[in-house]
Design a protein around this ligand. Structure first.
Ligand code: 13P
Ligand code: SF4
Length: 300
């Protein structure tokens, strides 16, 4: 192991810290982490760990979710400016105004959102459990925020009336049918896996629709030997690492989330040395947000 990784591991031991990394993080961060996963798995791990410090290698809403679930732990985000462009497309004020214009109904909020918005929501969801969450509600209609693509996907799978918020992930939104067709032509025998943040016309072309960890599971279990990966390119690293005999191709080289690429090993080392870059959700927001997150986690 290189010197910097050893220094981080040693410091993490002394600080009783756990390093969590999202599946889109740079390869060297994923290789260093105690656990990698999708948003749902990372939320669960943040809730369960007995570490005193959580170093969250991901984006801001993920560190906030860890703080919501574990208020007594210190949560560090090695680069505080690593945000999520979709989460920036909604605010608590804008959600209140929208709710005033609708009859009373539950609000389902994707974890890719600010803590203040979770605090106003009935329940949270991730890309891994959005259908299960919508079905769990004793209501025929609901507002789903902030991802319109995820909301349309949930509506198509549940038959419920879902009012959408007009947000989206600019990285997944970029993907067009022509990109998929070109990738299919280049790799005609490959299975096309896609993330539900993509547009409906892309989901229609998919063989598999799944969260990032759902894609990892599918690739491991499938008999197929080749896959076109319809999500952020960071997922190529764990896919290839876990399945060295299979081949993975990015659907397009434009699927790069700059915020997910901000954290370096040096940033991880520095924040652990200084115990800097803490993310803490204020208690008046944390409590109602926790209710929405816990309802999701409790669905299992
Ligand atoms: P997953 O929960 O599927 O890992 O997705 C998180 C995300 O930010 C997708 O863009
Ligand atoms: Fe947010 Fe999209 Fe980046 Fe995921 S890929 S963190 S949804 S901007």
């Amino acid at each position: 192991m290189a010197a910097i990784e050893e220094r981080i591991k040693e410091l993490a031991r002394r600080r009783k810290a756990i390093v969590l990394a999202h599946n889109y993080q740079p390869p060297e961060i994923q290789d260093l982490a105690d656990m990698c996963g999708d948003s749902l798995e990372l939320s669960r791990r943040a809730a369960e760990t007995d570490a005193e410090v959580i170093v969250f290698c991901g984006v801001h809403f993920m560190a906030e979710t860890a703080s919501i679930l574990s208020p007594d732990k210190t949560v560090l985000l090695p680069r505080l400016e690593a945000g999520c462009r979709m989460a920036d497309m909604i605010t608590a004020g804008a959600l209140r105004a929208r709710l005033d214009s609708l009859p009373p109904m539950p609000v389902v909020t994707y974890v890719n959102s600010p803590a203040e918005v979770k605090a106003l929501s009935t329940i949270c969801c991730t890309s891994a459990n959005v259908v299960q969450v919508a079905e769990s509600l004793d209501a025929d209609q609901m507002l789903m925020t902030p991802d319109r693509n995820l909301a349309m996907y949930a509506a198509s799978r549940t038959g419920k009336k879902i009012h959408v918020w007009d947000g989206y992930c600019p990285i997944h939104e970029r993907l067009r049918p022509q990109d998929v067709e070109a990738a299919r032509r280049a790799h005609p025998d490959a299975v096309f896996m896609v993330h539900p943040e993509c547009r409906p016309e892309i989901l229609e072309l998919a063989d598999v629709i799944a969260s990032t960890s759902g894609m990892l599971r599918h690739a491991a279990e499938s008999k197929a030997g080749q896959f076109i990966v319809g999500t952020e390119i960071g997922l190529l690293h764990p896919l290839q690492k876990a399945n060295p005999d299979k081949r993975f191709y990015p659907v397009s080289d434009k699927m790069v989330c700059p915020d997910m690429k901000k954290i370096s090993l040096q940033d991880v080392l520095e924040c652990l040395e200084k115990m800097s870059n803490q993310v803490k959700v204020p208690e008046d927001i944390r409590r109602p947000a926790l209710e929405a997150v816990q309802k999701m986690v409790a669905l299992g």
